[in-house]
Write a protein that binds this ligand. Structure first.
Ligand code: IDE
Length: 460
């Protein structure tokens, strides 16, 4: 099959998930509860009272699921480790059974020729650490680095790609500012400090990886969305710039430029603390060599993981604090069931923005996908034409960035399975493969077959 957009020969094709969203049995074999176990079991926090107690039952079914990944022809699989399975108290003694699950999962992937990409933290902080202040505690970077070292020592001989933290912005803003996600705090004085500790945690984990002689690649996954003024008024343009600093630059500027965006001090006002220069230097060191030296030296962050779903269309709104900006939904634009506009050009724009602003670091699209109201299966396959169209358009957008020089190394669909969509529970379906928790059947969607063909053709 000739493809309109042919990708580089060694381009990595994957799919992504996370532990709490698919594994189920969060307390099995000595695992300690996470803040998401607590949050989901708190009445009113998750739609329909859904929890991750069963999810996709992947903790039990992982061998069957790896076989499905191999059928699709995945070159890589991105998943996260539940910190509390490995360290039930978040620190201290290792739970051998918990670590062994991930060792068996990695070995099953390698046996099928699928490269593991492990995310060390995808939002499920051990509750025991939250009880010690969690990401607000200045010791949290050290807790995270100690946990990371347990995984590096156990698995780095077999894991070529590591992501330290998934979306520190989402950990910070829905977690500590607007309270939508665990731990559900709403405090502008907490959020900047949490963000800072997450960046330090990333830096300490990268430094630990280097000091252990880590032989592979380690990066950070960030959610990015271009911010466009709803109309070209000065107020809307200023509001888009504020939202761009708040969402897109909050974490990447410190990592690659060694400073926070100046807008954040204005946005947070008195709630924005003075951060030590030594901290910013430590954080930046995790990216120095990408800009200047050879990859993998010093504490360098080797790659950026981009989680792209949509853009933000922004209007100034003094009633929406602290930003004074509100994201609006464009009239008549195609949208997913999450309410997010389908906007493929934003992916090209995002990848070229990274190239231009941060020195064209190696980049993986670590998440891209869409939720739609999929119809029921017909003849053993779920027809999901909207998702096929979404993926095709975004793959072409990614290819356009490649053609303009972006150092894009791979693409991971979010998600392999319909799964637990955080505060929206199981009401949102992102999967290439349909899963209904009550019966746990895995039913391929047309988008799975589409993606299988993309992988075979190495193009779209
Ligand atoms: O919502 C879909 C996925 C989610 O299931 C993943 O666990 C997470 O990594 C993820 N991040 C985004 C993008 N950003 C976002 C913004 C605000 C709240 C939640 C996610 C989407 N998704």
């Amino acid at each position: 099959m000739t493809s309109e957009a042919a990708f580089p020969a060694n381009f990595l094709w994957g799919a992504a998930t996370s532990a709490y969203q698919i594994e189920g049995q969060p307390l099995a074999d000595g695992a300690g509860p996470s803040i998401w176990h607590r949050f989901a079991h708190t009445p009113g926090r998750v739609a329909n009272g859904d929890t991750g107690d069963l999810a996709c039952d992947h903790y039990r079914r992982f061998e069957e699921d790896v076989a499905l990944m191999a059928d699709l022809g995945l070159g890589a699989y991105r998943f996260s480790v539940a910190w509390g399975r490995v360290l039930p108290e978040g620190r201290g003694s290792v739970n051998a059974k918990g670590l062994d699950f991930y060792r068996r999962l990695v070995d099953a992937l390698l046996e099928r020729g699928i490269a593991p990409m492990i995310t060390l933290y995808h939002w499920d902080l051990p509750a025991a650490l939250h009880d010690r202040g969690g990401w607000l505690n200045p010791d949290s970077p050290a807790w995270f680095a100690d946990y990371a070292q347990v995984l590096f020592r156990a698995l780095d001989d077999r894991v070529p790609l590591w992501v330290t933290i998934n979306e520190p912005w989402v950990v910070t803003v829905p977690g500590y500012l607007d309270g939508e996600l665990a731990p559900g705090h709403r405090d502008p004085f907490e959020a900047p400090r949490v963000a800072h500790h997450l960046l330090l945690a990333h830096a300490e984990a990268v430094a630990a990886y280097r000091s252990l002689g880590g032989r592979h690649r380690i990066g950070l996954a960030v959610n990015l969305e271009p911010q466009h003024p709803a109309s070209p008024t000065p107020e809307n343009q200023a509001a888009a710039r504020r939202r761009d600093a708040f969402i897109n630059r909050w974490f990447l500027d410190p990592l690659y430029l060694g400073r926070y965006p100046a807008e954040l001090a204005t946005i947070f006002g008195a709630a924005w603390p003075e951060f030590a220069d030594a901290d910013l230097a430590r954080i930046r060191s995790t990216s120095d060599s990408v800009l200047g030296g050879s990859l993998g030296t010093g504490c360098a962050t080797d790659f950026i993981g981009v989680n792209y779903y949509s853009r933000g269309l922004v209007r100034a709104d003094p009633n929406t604090q602290p930003l004074g900006a509100i994201r609006i939904s464009p009239e008549n634009a195609p949208r997913t069931t999450m309410g997010w506009e389908v906007y493929p050009p934003g992916l090209t724009e995002t990848l070229l923005w990274i190239k231009e602003h941060y020195g064209n670091p190696p980049t993986y699209i670590t998440e891209n996908g869409a939720a739609f109201d999929d119809p029921p299966p017909a003849d053993g396959l779920v027809p999901d034409p909207e998702r096929v169209d979404y993926l095709r358009a975004h793959l072409r957008a990614a290819h356009a960035a490649l053609e303009q020089g972006a150092d894009l190394r791979g693409y991971f669909v979010w998600s392999l399975f319909d799964n637990f969509e955080w505060a929206q529970g199981y009401s949102q379906r992102f999967g290439l493969i349909r899963v209904d928790p009550p019966n746990q059947a895995r039913i391929l969607k047309a988008s799975a077959r589409f993606y299988q063909n993309v992988i075979r053709a190495n193009g779209v």
